[in-house]
Structure formats: structure tokens, C-alpha cells
Design a protein around this ligand. Structure first.
Ligand code: ZN
Length: 436
């Protein structure tokens, strides 16, 4: 029998195979293809048949998959994000300093920078090349070995580090060490040669890239009963994976099932492939047409019958820092999925959605928890409120509890992942019309 540990193990393998949003999208696409989902191109005319399972990708890192159902039952949508905060390599980032080949980085989103120090970092992402005919080709690349380093400064030179915390000046102190370099060798040439060798192309063929510095350490279980997991990018690949598993587990049901995974959440979602862009809306218009909802009025009726569950991770209580949590709403690892609630709509959940998600959990005998942020700390947000506003669809913000969100190595509960998959599977199979 498949256990909750098995589900967590599958999640860790998915994360290991997905160092960047482009890889995450590729991992999702592979699973969808195996399950018989058909790839659609936004440039094509879609000929969708009733009951059809298909997916569409925008720029390699956002993906919407769906299984068509009955128009009168609306849509059951699960949303999550493929990106994680970290360090991205600048386009002309290579330079020599102190006999070392340095790589300048930009900070993507809000990583805990100190956690990137002294870790074995690899390069991963996508590289664009041109062939002799002048056409572009995008390659996924993952070096899978320690390549880069952000060394700490010895405590003898940074005496206050334990009182003040580890701080980096983003411009001067954050460039990563890629190797040593002789004085007469141009730094850029070394980087291009490294990439060209990996891709088996000439260095001159390399045009551009989206490359990240990513921890090479594979995911692991920890704790006396292996009741915890540690990995990079649990936020939010855990929710991507839970949504994917739920969609693949689901039988065709009366409602149209949609999985929408977006890039760019960590930088505000405002882009042509982010949740604040048109991607999901554009795709829903085409899904609606396939369901026979051609007019604006029909599309509105479809949206009004739909529910979106926005899944992103939640902050589990940290035993050493209890003072940072709202005592009535502190949530625990392995305590089950968390419903996220915020009166200022940093989370989109309303009372109806809260009641509905709690009911879904009870239906599959999974406990659930409710998170509210402290009043005296600014609350984070996610794709839920953005999608709710863009689509006019009732949205519930949920997520599994975790520690150390935005660390290079985050941690979570082993058993929560399977619980989330079960609840989302139940959600995809449900046709309750929410009123109120
Ligand atoms: Zn997130």
C-alpha cells in the first residue's frame, strides 16, 4: 500500500528534478504526457473534444492543464507557483577579481541570503542558442555538481556575525566564485566555454540565458521517525506536485478540472506568464468555447459556478520563535493542510470558502488547521487574491505548513503532503455549488 512517506519521497524526487521553474514545468509536462494529456500550442486553433485532457505552456515555466467536463458544473481550479526565490546569473555577470572567476548575480524574490553561504551551488536553468540557419533553440541545463560558492567570512574577520546576523552587500559581496582564472584570460570566455561544453555547441552559438544558482544537496527525510523532510523549493513545488498528483488521480468528473502553475509569483506575478497576466484567463476563454460557452454571459455563468483553490505553503510554528506567531492560529507540521485567512485580503479565503475546504478535508478524513498572521507583522501574499480579482472566481488560499520559507533549504512535515493530495483529489471530484 502506498504510504504518506511514499508520497513525500515522490515529492523530494520531483523537487530534485526541478531546480528552476523551467525544469519544474518540464517535470509536470512529462507526467501529463504519460497520463495521455495532449499538448496544445497557444498559436494554434484548438480543436477540443468533450472529456479531453490537454495542457498549454507559456514560455516554458508556466503551465495550465485541464480535463473538460460539463459546462453546467463550472470549473474546479487548483493554482500554485513554479518559481522560488534565489540568485540569478546576470547576462554579463562573469568578471575576474583576486585571481578568481566571479559571477555577478541578481536577487530573485526574497531569499534568506545567508542560507546560500557555504552551500554547494550548481548552475541550472535554460540557455538560448542559435544554429547555423539562425533559428533559436532553448536548452534546459542542470550541472548537477557543485560549481559555485558564496564563502562565509571567517568569524575572526566578522566578530559580530552571531549578534548582527550574516549580511551581504548585494552588489559587492554577493558575486559567486566559479573558479580561479589566469590574468590574461577574459572572464566571460570561461563562462561561455563551460556552458558550450555542457550543451555541446560552439560558445559563439550562445545568445542568452535564465540561469540560477541552486543548492545541489538532494532532498532528505529527518527526525527520529523520519517525520520531517528537508529540501530547497518546497515553497512552492510541494503545492505544484500535490495539485498535479490530484489531477492525475482524478477520474473524469462533471466539473472541468484545471491545474494552473505560474512562474513569477516571488516577484509579484505581474508578467505575461504570471498569475497577474492573462495566461489563465486566455486559456479559460478557450476552454469555455470548447464547453459551448461562447457569449460573455455564458462565460460569466461558468466562472460563477467555479472555485479556485490557491495552494501555497504556510508558516508552521517554530519552537524557538513562538513570539512571532498568532497564538490562537499557530499551525504545526504534520497537522494537516492549512486554510489561510486574512481580513485585508492578503489571502483570498472568505467564510464560505473556509467552510467548504474544511468540509472537503472531513470528507477524506484529513485534519485541517487555520492560519492568521500576527497583527503586528506584515502578512505575505500569494497568487490567490490576484487570481480571484483577475477571474472573478471564488478563491480559497490554502497550503501545507513548513519551516524556513525562502531558505536555500526549507523543511516540512512528511505526512502533510499526502493529506493535501487527498483533499485536492476530493476537490477535483466535487460539484457542490457554493452560495453566499
Ligand atoms: Zn510561495
Amino acid at each position: 500500500m502506498r504510504t504518506s512517506r511514499d508520497a513525500a519521497g515522490e515529492l523530494l524526487a520531483f523537487i530534485d528534478a526541478s531546480p528552476t521553474p523551467w525544469h519544474a514545468c518540464h517535470s509536470v509536462e512529462n507526467r501529463l504526457k504519460q497520463a495521455g494529456f495532449q499538448r496544445l500550442e497557444e498559436t494554434d486553433d484548438w480543436r477540443l473534444m468533450p472529456g479531453m485532457s490537454a495542457y498549454v505552456v507559456r514560455d516554458g515555466s508556466s503551465i495550465v492543464a485541464f480535463r473538460l467536463g460539463e459546462p453546467s458544473q463550472g470549473m474546479r481550479i487548483v493554482g500554485a507557483h513554479t518559481d522560488s526565490p534565489g540568485l540569478r546569473i546576470k547576462p554579463q555577470g562573469a568578471f575576474a577579481r583576486a585571481g578568481l572567476l566571479n559571477l555577478g548575480v541578481e536577487i530573485y524574490g526574497g531569499p534568506i541570503l545567508a542560507t546560500f553561504a557555504d552551500r554547494d551551488l550548481k548552475l541550472a536553468g535554460r540557455v538560448l542558442t542559435s544554429d547555423s540557419a539562425g533559428s533559436f533553440k532553448s536548452h534546459l541545463i542542470d550541472f548537477k555538481r557543485p560549481l559555485l560558492r558564496l564563502p562565509n567570512l571567517a568569524i575572526h574577520l566578522n566578530r559580530d556575525v552571531n549578534e548582527q546576523g550574516l549580511r551581504f552587500d548585494a552588489q559587492e559581496e554577493l558575486p559567486l566564485v566559479l573558479g580561479s582564472i589566469a590574468e590574461q584570460v577574459p572572464a566571460e570566455q570561461e563562462l561561455y566555454r563551460l556552458l558550450a561544453d555542457a550543451l555541446q555547441v560552439e560558445p559563439e552559438a550562445i545568445l542568452s540565458w535564465d540561469l540560477a544558482a541552486v543548492d545541489v544537496q538532494p532532498g532528505a527525510f529527518f527526525g527520529k521517525d523520519e517525520e520531517f523532510i528537508a529540501a530547497g523549493r518546497l515553497d512552492n513545488l510541494a503545492s505544484c506536485h500535490a495539485g498535479l498528483e490530484a489531477l492525475l488521480n482524478s477520474e473524469p468528473q462533471a466539473a472541468t478540472q484545471v491545474l494552473a502553475l505560474f512562474d513569477h509569483e516571488e516577484v509579484g506575478s505581474e508578467s505575461y506568464k504570471g498569475a497577474d497576466g492573462t495566461f489563465l484567463q486566455d486559456t479559460i476563454v478557450r476552454i469555455a468555447a470548447a464547453l459551448g460557452c461562447e457569449s460573455a454571459s455564458d462565460r460569466r455563468r461558468l466562472a460563477a459556478r467555479s472555485v479556485l483553490v490557491s495552494a501555497d505553503m504556510a508558516h508552521a510554528v517554530h519552537p524557538g520563535f513562538m513570539r512571532y506567531y498568532e497564538p490562537q492560529h499557530s499551525v504545526r507540521l504534520n497537522g494537516g493542510p492549512v486554510i489561510k485567512i486574512n481580513a485585508k485580503q492578503r489571502y483570498a479565503t472568505d467564510a464560505v470558502g473556509e467552510a467548504y475546504f474544511g468540509w472537503l478535508c472531513r470528507e477524506v478524513e484529513v485534519p485541517h488547521q487555520k492560519y492568521v498572521h500576527r497583527n503586528n507583522l506584515p502578512c505575505g501574499s500569494t497568487i490567490g487574491p490576484i487570481s480571484a480579482a483577475r477571474l472573478g472566481i471564488r478563491t480559497i488560499d490554502v497550503g501545507n505548513p513548513m519551516w524556513a520559507m525562502h531558505s536555500a533549504r526549507e523543511s516540512a512535515g512528511t505526512h502533510d503532503h499526502d493529506m493535501m493530495i487527498r483533499v485536492l483529489t476530493r476537490f477535483y471530484g466535487d460539484t457542490t455549488q457554493l452560495q453566499g
